[in-house]
Write a protein that binds this ligand. Structure first.
Ligand code: CFM
Ligand code: HCA
Length: 541
């Protein structure tokens, strides 16, 4: 039974919309949803649509999603950015994906590679410069692979990065060069970049190497990026259980891990939003099924481990997983109980990316905290409403072209919305579902679920609902702190982490406990709050 919150969400919604011109208000009204139990169904939300020009969105661009998010954490593929230097410079080490360079030591993550396009390249074309840059990287570093990323101007002037990549791959011989048409403007957000990255990695690396991989229970962990060392903590737990994780896509990954990932028995999907395309494609191409997991929250971690063990139907593994959970949980539970005595009943708001705003609610629940409003920057409807996947896919084993075998998955073949009756009927007919819940069903009734929240709405929400903690990214951090509310970055974790797995949960409880009890925010007053009558002095006066 869902619990009621203390605001009238309709009033909050009306207040948020009040300031907008009618057309903008109409559009935003479909993205600001009151979470209410409709008959057998969740509310319908508008998501993955263009942000209104003029509004300060929290979103990023397609290039960020492709280069920064998906390929960025792979340590031994050189990421070469074809474009003016800013796109490379501002993507340089800003995402806190951790790396262990391993025995071979091959690690290019600390570098920023760019063709540094100038006006003359924009006018006369930058292909020659790109070709020279690939050659220079090869001569200096001899990497296994070079990935080329297009920024906005490249698409506008029409440099053919894919042909350059192909020619350079042929010329170099032992270096896999491939390219991504991930111009920033290409989609409505980072999400388009994920899709482009998934397609090219699938087409150019996955399954390239048929050398067998050792291990009794082999999985890949898709959609985990090792931010603040999350992937390391998950690997620690998997190792302890005797589960072999061939590839984390893409935290601390290497070229060879991608190339051998098709030897896995099972794909586990952590951040569904960024990587579901690869999960689906690997199922079609290699017959590897995927299941949804979540290692954020101690209970979710235990549940995910049990789900993996259940898939393998091996008593030894099932027992081992239970033993690991039993060993890890006492410390987690002790910290949880201690912290909970102070955090119970406190409130949180989460506006993050495409999965964390949902996953992190688990950790807050474990602390007895309520999420009163949440939303994604760029998720799709299924991330809000849940998804049931019907495996009716035709396998075309020869095809590596995703457009042929995977026409727009989200809205057509994988219908995110099925009523329980429809599901029951299909199940009775022998159709097996893969299914995961969206944000709506996991949140209390009367909470506000907001897609692509903007700067104005975020400040208004804080003002009206006064959460005990606000979670988002760097662009929101300081404006929220200036309102006197503690702010935790759930992208970079500020300087903290890991927060995944058992040890991560302990870290998170302790940090949130400290943050929500810090008095410093209440003391903070901006000059205009102390002397609101301050007037501007103009130079001409
Ligand atoms: Fe997936 Fe991510 Fe996220 Fe994402 Fe991102 Fe990120 Fe994120 Mo920042 S892949 S959707 S595009 S979990 S970079 S590690 S924190 S917005 S919620
Ligand atoms: C991105 C990366 C980002 C940005 C985080 C933030 C990340 O989308 O380009 O706004 O603080 O996690 O680093 O999401």
């Amino acid at each position: 039974k869902k619990k009621k919150v203390q605001w009238d969400p309709a009033d909050v919604k009306a207040e948020l919309l009040k300031k907008y011109p009618p057309k903008v208000a109409r559009k935003r009204a479909k993205q600001i949803m009151i979470n209410e139990a409709l008959e057998n169904d969740t509310p319908e939300i508008t998501a993955n649509v263009r942000s209104t020009p003029g509004i300060i969105t929290m979103r990023g661009c397609t290039y960020a999603g492709c280069k920064g998010v998906l390929l960025g954490p792979t340590r031994d593929i050189v990421n070469l950015v074809h474009g003016p230097i800013g796109c490379s410079f501002y993507a340089w080490l800003t995402r806190r994906n951790q790396t262990d360079a391993g025995l071979d030591g091959e690690n290019y993550i600390n570098y920023s590679f760019s063709t540094d396009m100038q006006e003359q390249d924009i006018i006369f074309g930058g292909e020659k410069k790109l070709e020279a840059a690939v050659q220079e990287i090869y001569d200096l570093m001899h990497p296994k692979s070079i990935a080329i990323f297009a920024t906005c101007p490249v698409g506008l002037i029409g440099d053919d990065i894919h042909t350059i990549a192909r020619l350079m791959k042929e010329k170099l011989g032992d270096c896999n060069v491939f390219a991504f048409s991930c111009e920033g403007y290409k989609g409505v957000s980072q999400s388009a970049g994920h899709h482009i990255a998934n397609n090219q990695v699938f087409k150019h690396i996955l399954g390239e190497d048929d050398t067998p991989v050792e291990g009794k229970f082999k999985i890949n962990l898709l959609g985990e990026y090792n931010i603040g060392g999350d992937g390391f903590e998950i690997d620690r737990i998997l190792d302890k259980c005797g589960i072999t994780n061939i590839l984390t896509f893409s935290g601390n990954s290497t070229y060879d891990k991608y190339a051998t990932a098709h030897h896995a028995d099972l794909n586990t999907v952590m951040c569904h939003r960024s990587v579901n395309y690869v999960g689906d494609m690997m199922e079609i191409k290699f017959g590897i099924p995927w299941i949804k997991v979540n290692f954020i929250g101690a209970k979710s971690t235990a549940k995910s481990l049990r789900k993996i063990a259940a898939y393998f139907e091996d008593q030894g593994l099932i027992d081992r997983v239970e033993a690991v959970i039993k060993e890890e949980m006492p410390e987690v539970e002790a910290t949880m109980a201690d912290v909970r005595s102070r955090t119970e009943g406190k409130t949180a708001m989460l506006f993050v990316g495409g999965s964390r705003a949902h996953h992190y609610q688990e950790l807050f629940k474990e602390m007895g905290m309520k999420t009163i409003s949440a939303g994604y920057e760029f998720a799709h409807r299924d991330d809000y409403e849940g998804r049931q996947v019907i495996p009716d896919i035709k396998i075309d084993a020869d095809s590596r072209n995703i457009e042929e075998i995977h026409p727009e998955a989200d809205e057509t073949r994988f219908n995110p919305r099925k009523t329980p009756e429809q599901m029951a009927a299909l199940e009775a007919a022998g159709v097996k579902f893969k299914h995961y819940d969206g944000m709506f069903s996991d949140m209390d009734e009367g909470t506000l679920v907001i897609d692509d929240v903007n700067q104005y709405e975020a400040e208004k929400l804080v003002e009206i609902m006064k959460p005990d903690i606000f979670c988002a990214g760097i662009k929101e951090k300081f404006s929220v702190m200036k309102l006197g509310v503690p702010m935790k970055q759930l992208h970079s974790y500020d300087s903290g982490g890991p927060y995944a797995g058992f040890r991560g949960a302990i870290n998170f409880y302790q940090e949130i406990d400290r943050l929500t009890h810090s008095r410093v925010w209440a003391y903070l007053k901006a000059p205009w709050q102390e002397s609101p009558e301050l007037t501007a002095a103009y130079v001409w006066e």
